[in-house]
Design a protein around this ligand. Structure first.
Ligand SMILES: *Cc1c(COP(=O)(O)O)cnc(C)c1O
Length: 331
């Protein structure tokens, strides 16, 4: 054997497998909520299907992101945990990292835009995160992140393009299949693809016949374009009320998993998201944020026909400002 073939230092990291999801489930067990699976006769009657809603809006921190954040922090070597982690986000990933860090005694620094909603800044601080504000018109958050990592030895944990984040997100679908058994179809909200990639790994192992669909906002269908052309397509920041899915490209780790295991990626309009939000409040008595409605909106509006099928739907989050929610429902 030549010296070259023994040098694995530049080998790509091995692809994620379902075992990684199982390992993540072990790490978050007893810490993340095993969220309920909800059903609705009204929704079943409207679609002709049997629907199972996995309610990650009721997860700690209000979204599935707690799963991946907790898993990624738990996997760090002790010295990295002591120095701390950094994340940049104005949304659910930031809150999840701050919360997961607090629970594991790991310092967290969250880089947020100066004009981020005060409620989100307050929530992140409330979870013990150190918030560093930046001006998004004149400063580059990645440069700030790199400087902080260099100065303080912080580990950057990205919101979706990271093996331990993907494996953690896959635990929600794992719980769903364990609870309801095999499904014909599974619908998953799609931004950068961490939740979809993890869910597809779980589906492949626990319900191999299940067809998995990603659902994006109509205005930001980079995932659909990428899926259909076979290479990652980048788009400008889309204008949509689904703020958690305003990502502009799939990740280099999430895309290959999605391409090989997912059936298709479909889109829904903002009007459909509002309709789904109203359905959840009126009929199921739950608060779901616009992005969290993507998967349900596709099913409730027949974007993919589901009649006669057993269908899983992952509701991804519930963090919507009450005033904004009231505005959507009144509109
Ligand atoms: C982050 C997020 C998404 C998108 O998840 P990805 O892993 O980036 O695809 C969907 N819904 C909610 C509520 C989120 O916070």
């Amino acid at each position: 054997m030549s010296a070259q073939t023994q040098d694995h230092s530049h080998a790509p990291s091995p692809a994620l497998i379902y075992d990684d999801v199982v390992a993540a489930a072990g790490r978050i067990e007893g810490i993340a909520h095993r969220t309920p699976v909800l059903t609705s006769r009204t929704a079943d009657a409207r679609t002709g299907a049997t629907l199972f809603f996995k309610a990650e809006n009721l997860q700690r921190g209000g979204a599935f992101k707690f799963r991946g954040a907790y898993n990624a922090i738990a996997r760090l070597p002790e010295d990295a945990k002591r120095r701390g982690v950094v994340a940049f986000s104005s949304g659910n990933h930031a809150q999840a990292i701050a919360y997961a860090g607090q629970l594991q005694n790991v310092p967290t620094v969250i880089i947020m835009p100066q004009d981020a909603p005060a409620m989100k800044v307050a929530a992140t601080k409330g979870y013990g995160g150190e918030v560093v504000l930046f001006d998004r018109y004149t400063e580059d958050r990645e440069a700030i992140g790199r400087r902080l990592s260099a100065e303080r030895g912080l580990t950057l944990i990205p919101p979706y393009d990271h093996d331990d984040v993907i494996a953690g997100q896959g635990t929600a679908a794992k719980e769903l299949f364990e609870e309801v058994g095999p499904l014909d179809m599974l619908f998953v909200c799609l931004g950068g693809g961490g939740l979809l990639a993890g869910s597809a790994l779980a589906a492949k192992a626990l319900s191999p016949e299940c067809r998995v669909f990603g659902v994006e906002p109509e205005a930001g269908n980079d995932g659909q374009q990428s899926f259909r052309t076979g290479s990652i397509v980048r788009i400008p920041v889309p204008s949509t009320i689904a703020d958690g899915a305003q990502t502009t490209y799939l990740g280099s780790k999430t895309f290959p998993i999605i391409r090989s295991l997912v059936e298709d990626i479909v889109t829904v309009s903002d009007a459909m998201l509002v309709d789904a939000m109203r359905f959840f409040v009126e009929r199921m008595k739950i608060v779901v944020e616009p992005t969290g409605c993507l998967s349900s909106a596709a099913v409730l509006n027949g974007v993919v026909p589901c009649a006669g099928k057993r269908v899983g739907i992952i509701i991804s989050g519930g963090n919507v400002d009450p005033k904004a929610l009231a505005g959507f429902l009144a509109g």
